[in-house]
Design a protein around this ligand. Structure first.
Ligand code: R5P
Length: 310
C-alpha cells in the first residue's frame, strides 16, 4: 500500500500515514511559474495499491487539478489500483441543474476523477448521498457521526439536549443523531433567496430552555448557522452549539461564527483549518484521520468498511 499526499491538507495526510504506520510516498506536487500543476512520484508504485489524499477545498480548482494530475502520474506509473481519498468532496452542492442552461458540476468532477485514473473513491459525508451514482466506480462514503456523537456524549448532559437541523435538507442527518442520542429533534425552515444568503423562517419544535445542537455537513459563509443560532436563542434556547463536518468557512465566515450566539462549533479536519480557525474561541477541530486511516486499511485488505458504523 502507498500513501500519496497532495497539498490541500498535509497534516491530515501525515496523521493518516501515522495511523497506518506507513511512510508517505515520496512525491513532489508543485507549480510551474504560470501556475500549471506538476506532480512527480519519486518512488516506484508499479503494482501497488495507491491512495492519493486530497480534499478539493479552497482554492478548489487548484486542488482539484492537483488531484487529477496526481492520478494521472500514478496511473502512468503502473499502480495496480488507485483510490482517490477525498475527505472533502467539493463541487458536491452543484448536484443538479438549478436552472435552465446550468451545469451539473458534481457529475463533471466525477467524470474527471474517473478519466484521470481513479479506480475507486473514498470520501466522507457527501453533501448528497446520490452523488455516489455519478461515479461508475466504487465509492465509499464515510460518516463523521460516530466521532461527533462520542464528543456530544462526553460534553453534554442528555436531559435538555435537542438536535436541530438548520434546514429541511438536513433532517435525515439530524434525525439520525437524535435517534442515536435519544433526544428530541427540531427543524429550521430556511429559505435561500440567492446563493450565499440564507434567511430563517420558522422553527419546527419547542426549543425553549433547551441546549440546542445544530448538525450539518458544510459551513461555508456561516449564514445558515449564525441565522439558525440567532433564531434559536430568540425562541428561548438555553445555548446553541454546532457540529459540522466540513469547515469550508469562506470569506468572513470565521468572524461571523465568532461573533454569533453560537457557544461552540465543532468541525472535522477534512479541510485544513486556517490560522483564524485555530485562534477562534468558539471553534474546535477534531480529527477524522483515524477513521479515514482505518477505512483505507480495510479497503486495502478487502474487509468491510460499512461495519465501521455498526
Ligand atoms: C446546504 O444545503 C448545506 O447543507 C449547508 O447548510 C450550506 O452549504 C451552508 O452554507 P452557508 O454556511 O454558506 O450558509
Amino acid at each position: 500500500m502507498k500513501i500519496v499526499a497532495c497539498n490541500s491538507n498535509r497534516p491530515m495526510s501525515e496523521a493518516i500515514a501515522a495511523y497506518l504506520n506507513l511512510p508517505m510516498t515520496k512525491a513532489s506536487v508543485r507549480r510551474f511559474s504560470d501556475m500549471e500543476c506538476f506532480v512527480e512520484i519519486q518512488e516506484n508504485v508499479r503494482g501497488e495499491d495507491v491512495f492519493i489524499i486530497q480534499s478539493t477545498s479552497y482554492p478548489a480548482n487548484d486542488h482539484l487539478m492537483e488531484l487529477l494530475v496526481a492520478l494521472d502520474a500514478v496511473r502512468r506509473g503502473s499502480a495496480s489500483r488507485i483510490t482517490a481519498v477525498m475527505p472533502y468532496f467539493g463541487y458536491a452542492r452543484q448536484d443538479r441543474k438549478s436552472g435552465p442552461r446550468t451545469p451539473i458540476s458534481a457529475k463533471l468532477v466525477a467524470n474527471l476523477i474517473t478519466v484521470a485514473g481513479a479506480d475507486r473513491v473514498l470520501t466522507m459525508d457527501l453533501h448528497a448521498g446520490q452523488i455516489q451514482g455519478f461515479f461508475d466506480i466504487p465509492l465509499d462514503n464515510l460518516f463523521s457521526a460516530p466521532v461527533f456523537i462520542r464528543h456530544i456524549e462526553e460534553n453534554f448532559a442528555k436531559e435538555d439536549l435537542i438536535m436541530v437541523s438548520p434546514d429541511v435538507g438536513g433532517v435525515v442527518r439530524a434525525r439520525a443523531f437524535a435517534k442515536r442520542l435519544e433526544t428530541d429533534l427540531a427543524i429550521i425552515d430556511k429559505r435561500r433567496e440567492r446563493a450565499g444568503v440564507s434567511e430563517v423562517m420558522h422553527i419546527i419544535g419547542d426549543v425553549k430552555d433547551r441546549t440546542c445542537v445544530l448538525v450539518d455537513d458544510i459551513v461555508d459563509s456561516g449564514g445558515t448557522l449564525c441565522n439558525a443560532a440567532e433564531a434559536l436563542m430568540n425562541a428561548g434556547a438555553k445555548s446553541v452549539h454546532a457540529y459540522i463536518t466540513h469547515g469550508v468557512l469562506s470569506g468572513g465566515a470565521v468572524s461571523r461564527v465568532s461573533s454569533s450566539p453560537l457557544e461552540s462549533m465543532v468541525i472535522t479536519d477534512s479541510i485544513l483549518g486556517t490560522e483564524a480557525v485555530r485562534v477562534a474561541g468558539n471553534i474546535k477541530q477534531i480529527s477524522v484521520a483515524p477513521l479515514i486511516g482505518e477505512a483505507i486499511e480495510r479497503i486495502s485488505d478487502a474487509r468491510s468498511v460499512s461495519s465501521l458504523f455498526d
